[in-house]
Write a protein that binds this ligand. Sequence first.
Ligand SMILES: [Zn+2]
Length: 414
Amino acid sequence: MLLPVKRSFAIAFLCTSFAIGQPATFAASDWQIIKVNGHDYLSVDNVSRFYGLPAGVAAAGDKIRLETVSPLEFVSGSREAMINGARSWLCFPLVEQDGKFLVSRTDVAKTIEPLVRPHRVPNVGKIQTVVLDPGHGGHDKGQVSRYGYEKDFALDVARKLRPLLQAKGLRVIMTREGDYFVPLEVRAQIANAARNPIFVSIHFNGTNDDPNATGFEIFSFTPRGAPSTSDSAVALSSFNMQPGSEVDAQSMALSACIYHSVLGHIPEYDRGIKRARFAVLRLTKVPAVLIEGGFLTERGECKLISNKDWRGELAAAIGVGIENYRGLGVRKQPPMLVADYRKQTKSAPIEPVIQEGKSKEANSAPTEPVIQEGQLKEADASLISLVGKSKFVSPQQTSTPSQRTSLESDVIVP
Ligand SMILES: [Zn+2]
């Protein structure tokens, strides 16, 4: 059930809609930073007005709405959110104070911004090489199921994906070609030595805790000063920090592109876009994600994963996501979202989407930008002034290495 505050967001959005075509009115002073225990927060209403997107907040303990009406859906007291129709995990829980719902400044800059506007992420989409990393190998079987090992399924998905990417003119490097173990640091070194690479690690999930656990999830590296999604203590533990990647925002954009495509093509449960400090994500210095393509410990999903045609669909969906990521740098427009893919697959059955020549999604109209171009400059300027130049780099200022370094050089706490 939604709280009454939902209505005011809807009204705020309507006002924004009527204002389209007029000069942007969102000034830096419109960001109202609210301190909670010394940390910086912004109201959900404030964020909603900035992006011109309606937002909803469910009461603490309530389930998030899945039949999402609003592009931004939060739950009071929770890190769970729905952003553009996919579950996305905030670094810090939503706080309620004086009748206002507040989201951490870190999440506005590090989670919401790259997920809502991945096409505005500095240097996004510039790729020549895709480093495919099939998880495990050799003595390390990964998850063991009645139908086979994770290491073999992951390798097969990578093998199916390679020619699809090559057909799009991308160079593909595999961290392993067969059934042998490659140390995690070597996998990262391979990625770091490649030319304009992205790193995509392919795994399947498993758990001893819940035999019914299912679904897809994708990880990128946890931002500096923030807890990982699986950390239950989110306050003090986050001060035990490791340096965040310079390419946090690019990795989030890559996560979003791949995840929306995978979820949009294959209707498995949406576990969400998450953060972790897995070794391969920590050691790679390039945009990097780790995808978990379902649970080998759940009967139904295990059966799907063991089916080579299904693995072909998964490979194709990852490929479309990678192609969408590359498109961000070319088209400077938002990528296709889960709802766009579902509309597409309703009218045409799922098929290997990357073929020679143009990809399917390149021919269809991309999702409309949420804010008009004239408004974007103003909006960016005010977001930069909010989070500080050293912590958030505008698209125009991003190419110098010194600024890329400074993006991560400061500690960010909410
Ligand atoms: Zn694994």
